[in-house]
Design a protein around this ligand. Structure first.
Ligand code: FAD
Ligand code: UDP
Length: 395
């Protein structure tokens, strides 16, 4: 076997491990992906007719406050100064998201100051004001009061998760800031932007090291190639970033995931909605949001004759669907603990990334986790013979 390390999955987690192992340790790395391209869900390509860059697996916005991750990603790409802003169409009226003073004043048709708006929301949060609820429903009401929750969150969340918000963790909604000023930046992070020459160029540069051999259209679980599970387990260290339940042949049951169906359309107009993302928080549209990709790159000289939009529909993943978002109910968490125990027993296999750890990871978190795994486990193993063990599914 011509590899010192096998990495299963070429998403940002796998790419970071492969790049570090090749560059810093000089290891020969076999990087496998069952898809026909590298980069996992961050991958993008130009739509053929218009030349507009389309994120194939849903819109991806890079943002981080982690200095180390920012320095690392800038080795492979420059970033534009794009700042993400989202609008939401409720009952045929467009409001800024995330909820800010502009949304509140427009919704209640008032001109409140920050203090007045806070007092109003406190009152509307009722008995939940000032508490720290654990589920999404109560957390939503506590954060923004019931009227705003019901307008902008309740049905959107129902469409997105098809799980009672009372059974969803509060952490999902805590991702969205609520601001008592007119700042409607979607993210709070220190750094933000899009890769100047596209995601594919960035991701390909990460895999460009001569010690990295990329094997596309190659499923780890299928025999008939050099790096299949049956050939490599126990022989050479493996970093596995596919679904953890699949690795163990679903022995502890299936973890539940949500997938999304993306409906792409090229329209013969310059501008469909005037912004990159419009959310649809009402129950009567089946989609959660529409992306219009030209707006991610206002600095590019795109055609004015056409635009590309993508409607996003969310549903439970069945076997064979792409697993996108971990649902993470209490039953899932029990199964995950059982998988973590199984992972500890695996010889020279580490589990990482969004699928391997069953965690909702943004790109910067996947990269940060991979850098930590490299420092704490992979490097000490190859340099000092430290035992390579999972210690659970812990990225
Ligand atoms: P992935 O990118 O999923 O890569 C895993 C790879 O493993 C895949 O390429 C898969 O084909 C491969 N694989 C799986 N099983 C096997 C197998 N058996 N054999 C071979 N290969 C296998 N993050 C942000 O920071 N900003 C955003 O705006 C954002 N938007 C998102 C929107 C959507 C719809 C989704 C789903 C995610 C979004 N993310 C966003 C998260 C981002 O996609 C992840 O952080 C990133 O993809 C994590 O990388 P990863 O390597 O863990 O997983
Ligand atoms: N959300 C909502 N209304 C919105 C936008 C978001 O209710 O207009 C909730 C919803 O539950 C969603 C969560 O906030 O799952 C996180 O939103 P985000 O936009 O961060 O989700 P992602 O881009 O990861 O799908």
């Amino acid at each position: 076997m011509n590899a010192d390390l096998v990495v299963v999955g070429s998403g940002l987690f796998g790419l970071t491990i492969a790049e570090r192992a090749a560059t810093e340790l000089g290891l020969k790395v076999a990087l496998l992906d069952r898809r026909s391209h590298i980069g996992g869900n961050a991958y993008s390509k130009k739509e053929e007719q218009t030349g507009i860059e389309v994120h194939q697996y849903g819109a991806h916005l890079f943002h981080t406050s982690n200095e180390r991750v920012w320095e690392y990603v800038n080795r492979f790409t420059d970033f534009t100064n794009y700042v993400h802003k989202v609008y939401t169409n409720h009952n045929g009226v467009v409001y800024p998201m995330p909820i800010n003073l502009g949304t509140i004043n427009q919704f209640f048709n008032v001109a409140y100051s920050p203090a007045e708006a806070k007092a109003l929301i406190q009152e509307q949060a009722g008995e939940l004001a000032g508490t720290d609820p654990q589920n999404l429903n109560d957390k939503g009401i506590q954060l923004i009061g019931r009227p705003l929750y019901e307008a902008f969150i309740k049905h959107y969340t129902a469409k997105q998760w098809q799980t009672d918000p009372a059974d969803l963790p509060a952490s999902i909604i805590s991702r969205l800031p609520v601001r008592y000023n007119y700042d409607n930046r979607y993210f709070n992070d220190k750094y933000e932007g899009l890769p100047v020459d596209g995601y594919a160029a960035w991701l390909e540069r990460m895999a460009a090291h001569e010690n990295i051999e990329v094997h596309l259209n190659t499923d780890f679980f299928e025999d008939g190639h050099e790096y299949s599970r049956s050939n490599v387990i126990g022989q050479v260290p493996v970093i596995y970033t596919g679904p953890v339940d699949r690795y163990f042949d679903f022995a502890e049951g299936d973890l539940s995931w949500r997938t999304i169906d993306l409906e792409q359309e090229v329209l013969p107009i310059e501008d469909f909605q005037g912004c990159a993302v419009m959310n649809y928080p009402d129950a009567d549209q089946p989609y959660t949001r529409i992306h219009e990709f030209r707006h991610f790159h206002p600095e590019r000289d795109y055609t004015k004759d056409a635009t590309v939009i993508m409607r996003e529909f969310s549903r439970f993943a069945e076997k064979g669907d792409e697993p996108y978002y971990p649902v993470n109910t209490s039953v899932d968490r029990e199964k995950l603990l059982a998988y973590r125990d199984l992972a500890k027993g695996e010889d020279k296999v580490l589990f990482g990334g969004r699928l391997g750890t069953y965690k909702y990871l943004d790109m910067h978190m996947a990269i940060g986790a991979a850098l930590s795994m490299f420092d704490n486990k992979i490097k000490p193993h190859f340099e000092n013979g430290q035992k390579l063990e999972a210690g659970g599914v812990d990225a």
